[in-house]
Design a protein around this ligand. Structure first.
Ligand code: PMP
Length: 408
C-alpha cells in the first residue's frame, strides 16, 4: 500500500526548516532528496568496505567489487537491459552524452556533411556536446522545431532523416517543461528512414515511470542517479552490446585496458572499456540502494502519486489565473513551468517562495533555446517527487497568490 507518511519518514531532510518554515521541496527536477537507506549505504561503504574495486585479491576489495557489481545488476533489471555489462557507470547524464560524442568521433564514424538530429526541447547537455562534435568533424546539427504547446514537429523529423543521419539524440522528458516526448514513435521513424544511432536522454524519465530499454529499442539510454534518489556524481550509460563493442573508448587509463605496452594497448571487455579510472564506488553502490528504494515503493505507485500532484498543481495555478503555464496541453510528468503575467522576473517569485520555505527553481533551466522560443528569460518551475504531498501543493499555491500580490 502507498503510505506517504512512511515514505516521508525515510527522508531526513524533510524535517528541516527553511526560513522558519517546514521545507517544501519542489526542485526535484534539479536533484531529488535522498532516503536514509541511500545515505546509510554510502556511509557504510566508507565505514566497513572502503577499498578499490576490480584489482585487489584482498577480502575488502573483493567485497567492494561484489557490492558495486550487484548495483550494476540492480540497474540492469531496473531498466530491463539484456546484459549487466551493457550498464556503464558514469558521473551523470552530461558525462554519458559526452562519452558517446567522443566515442563516436574517436571511432571516425562521422564525416563532413553527415547529420546529427536533436530537438528544440533539449537540455544544454544534449546540445553542446553535439555542437562540439560537429566542430570536430564537419557534421551538421539539425533541430526538430517545437510548437507553441511544446510539441515537437515530427513531420520535420521524418523529412530530415536519410542515410546522412548518423546520430539522433532526444530527451524522453523535457526538464524545463516536463513534456513527455513521443519517443517510441520517433524511434520507429528513425529506424525506418536512417541507420542513425538512437540516444535517449532519460534524466527526467527514470525517476517518474518504468523504463524498458529493450522495448524502446534505443541504442543508448543515459540518466543521472541524483534525480532518482541516489547521490550526486552517479549516472548510467546503457548501450547495446554490439554497438558498445564497435565503438572506441572515451577516456583512456587504468581499469579500461586488457594489456598495456608502449607498442600497443588493447582494451578491456565491456563494461570496463568505458570505465577508465577509479569509479565513484560508494556512489555507485548507493545508486543500487536508490533502485531498491524505488522498487520498494513501486514505480507505478510513484507515477500515480506524482500525476496527482501535477494535476493538482496545474489546476490550482489555473484557478489562480493571471499566469501562463508552458506546455499546459501537452502530456507531461513531474513538472509545471510557468510565468506570472503581473510580475517582472521569475526569480522575484522564487525568492518570495523561498521566504516561505518553498524551494522551486527559476530561470532558464539549462534550456535557453526553449526560453528564446517563448521570448522569456526564464520560468518558475515546480517539480515533484514521491515524498511531496497535496497539502504542500496547497501551500505552494498560496505562496504564488502572495507572490502575485507582492509583485503587482
Ligand atoms: N538532461 C536532462 C533532461 C536533465 O534534466 C539534466 C539535468 N537537469 C541533464 C540532462 C544533465 O544532467 P546532469 O547535470 O546530472 O549531468
Amino acid at each position: 500500500m502507498f503510505d506517504i507518511f512512511h515514505i516521508r519518514k525515510q527522508f531526513p531532510i524533510l524535517n528541516t526548516k527553511v526560513n522558519g518554515h517546514p521545507l517544501i521541496y519542489l526542485d526535484n527536477a534539479a536533484t531529488s532528496q535522498k532516503p536514509a537507506s541511500v545515505i546509510e549505504t554510502e556511509k557504510k561503504y566508507y565505514e566497513e568496505l572502503n577499498a578499490n574495486v576490480h584489482r585487489g585479491i584482498h577480502s575488502l576489495s573483493q567485497l567492494a567489487t561484489t557490492e558495486m557489481e550487484n548495483a550494476r545488476k540492480k540497474i540492469q533489471t531496473f531498466i530491463n537491459a539484456q546484459h549487466d555489462y551493457e550498464i556503464i557507470f558514469t558521473r551523470g547524464t552530461t558525462e554519458g552524452i559526452n562519452l558517446l560524442a567522443y566515442a563516436i568521433s574517436n571511432s571516425r564514424l562521422l564525416k563532413e556533411g553527415d547529420e546529427i538530429i536533436i530537438s528544440h526541447l533539449e537540455h544544454h547537455s544534449n546540445i553542446v556536446p553535439w555542437q562540439m562534435l560537429c566542430e570536430r568533424t564537419g557534421a551538421v546539427l539539425k533541430v526538430i522545431p517545437m510548437d507553441e504547446n511544446g510539441l515537437l514537429q515530427l513531420d520535420f523529423l521524418e523529412k530530415n532523416l536519410s542515410e546522412k543521419t548518423k546520430v539522433a539524440s532526444f530527451n524522453y522528458v523535457s526538464n524545463a517543461l516536463g513534456i513527455v516526448n513521443p519517443i517510441k514513435e520517433m524511434i520507429s521513424m528513425i529506424r525506418k528512414n536512417s541507420g542513425a544511432f538512437i540516444i535517449i536522454d532519460g534524466a527526467q524519465a527514470v525517476p517518474h515511470f518504468k523504463i524498458d530499454v529493450q522495448e524502446l529499442d534505443c541504442d543508448f539510454f543515459v540518466f543521472s542517479g541524483h534525480k532518482m534518489y541516489a547521490p550526486t556524481g552517479t549516472g548510467i550509460l546503457y548501450g547495446k552490446e554490439e554497438i558498445l563493442n564497435s565503438l572506441q573508448p572515451f577516456h583512456g587509463g587504468g581499469e579500461m585496458i586488457e594489456t598495456c605496452s608502449f607498442a600497443k594497448t588493447s582494451y578491456a571487455a565491456l563494461p570496463f572499456k568505458f570505465e577508465a579510472g577509479t569509479p565513484n564506488i560508494a556512489g555507485n553502490i548507493a545508486l543500487g540502494a536508490a533502485v531498491d528504494f524505488m522498487n520498494s515503493v513501486g514505480i507505478e505507485n510513484i507515477q500515480t502519486h506524482e500525476n496527482k500532484l501535477l494535476a493538482s498543481a496545474q489546476q490550482k495555478l489555473l484557478d489562480i489565473g493571471n499566469l501562463k503555464i508552458y506546455g499546459e496541453k501537452a502530456p507531461r510528468t513531474g513538472v509545471v513551468s510557468f510565468t506570472l503575467n503581473s510580475a517582472g522576473i521569475a526569480s522575484d517569485a522564487g525568492m518570495i517562495l523561498d521566504k516561505l520555505g518553498i524551494a522551486v527553481r527559476t530561470g532558464h533551466h539549462c534550456t535557453q533555446p526553449i526560453m528564446d522560443f517563448y521570448n522569456i528569460a526564464g520560468t518558475i518551475r515546480a517539480s515533484f517527487a514521491v515524498y511531496n504531498t497535496l497539502e504542500e501543493i496547497d501551500i505552494f499555491a498560496e505562496g504564488i497568490v502572495k507572490a502575485q500580490r507582492m509583485l503587482r
